[in-house]
Design a protein around this ligand. Structure first.
Ligand SMILES: N[C@@H](CCC(=O)N[C@@H](CS)C(=O)NCC(=O)O)C(=O)O
Length: 213
């Protein structure tokens, strides 16, 4: 199996998590961010992640998660979800304003060419406005995101699973938090950081704190 991804992409992290948790062998293929042709040929649009399995292509991160989790008849995402976790993640969507300009400046393989990096910048500035303005707002956004992380701390039941047993909440939460580790200057409560460290270890997906800015 091959999984086509961008390293920074939280949706791709969702798909990568299930391979890591289940130790299912897969080859990650990082596409250049301006490669429109490859994903379009596979699924008809420029969107990752894409799973290639037996000559077929599957898009949609959570479809890939469900497919891989069910494949051996021994699912690992067996725990219940909690509405407060999905609510916390959707309330914190604004922190993408912190993440996107930092992804754009990072030494990530999807930006191996200048054209690929510029494609990303143009694409995301269309969504959130100029990165300069976003970066200028960093202090205020970091403060509110740190307060949100403090609230999350009380919701984490175990470092190995936010609700005590692995569930879809872990897919969404770790995908989000892993992206956030590229932001320097956040205050990470110990339980939230322990969760990130544990999930990184369990999934084999490194955090981005080594390139935090
Ligand atoms: N619903 C899709 C969303 C995937 C998605 O939005 N992927 C982004 C990357 S984070 C993408 O490929 N966007 C097109 C682009 O960056 O040009 C899923 O869950 O897989």
């Amino acid at each position: 199996m091959k999984l086509y991804i961008y390293d920074h992409c939280p949706f791709c992290v969702k798909a990568r998590i299930i391979f890591g948790l289940k130790h299912v062998p897969v080859t990650d293929v990082v596409l250049l961010n301006d490669d429109v042709e490859t994903p379009t040929r596979m699924i008809g649009r420029k969107l990752v992640p894409i799973l290639e399995h037996d000559g077929r292509f599957m898009g949609e991160s959570m479809d890939i998660v469900a497919h891989i989790d069910a494949m051996d008849g021994k699912p690992v995402l067996t725990g219940p979800t909690r509405p407060e976790i999905s609510q916390w993640i959707s309330d914190e969507a604004r922190a993408y304003t912190l993440m996107l300009p930092r992804f754009a400046a990072a030494p990530l393989p999807e930006f191996a060419t200048t054209a690929a990096r510029l494609y990303f910048i143009r694409n995301k500035e269309d969504m959130i406005g100029p990165f300069n303005a976003a970066l200028a707002d960093s202090a205020a956004l970091c403060a509110s995101t740190s307060r949100a992380l403090a609230r999350l701390s009380g919701l984490i039941q175990q470092p190995g699973a936010v609700n005590g047993t692995l569930s879809q909440d872990d897919i969404h939460l770790f995908a989000y938090l892993r992206g956030l580790t590229i932001v320097a200057g956040l205050e990470w409560p110990a339980p939230v950081w322990a969760y990130c460290r544990h999930m990184a270890q369990a999934t084999g997906i490194p955090l981005l704190d080594n390139m935090a800015a």
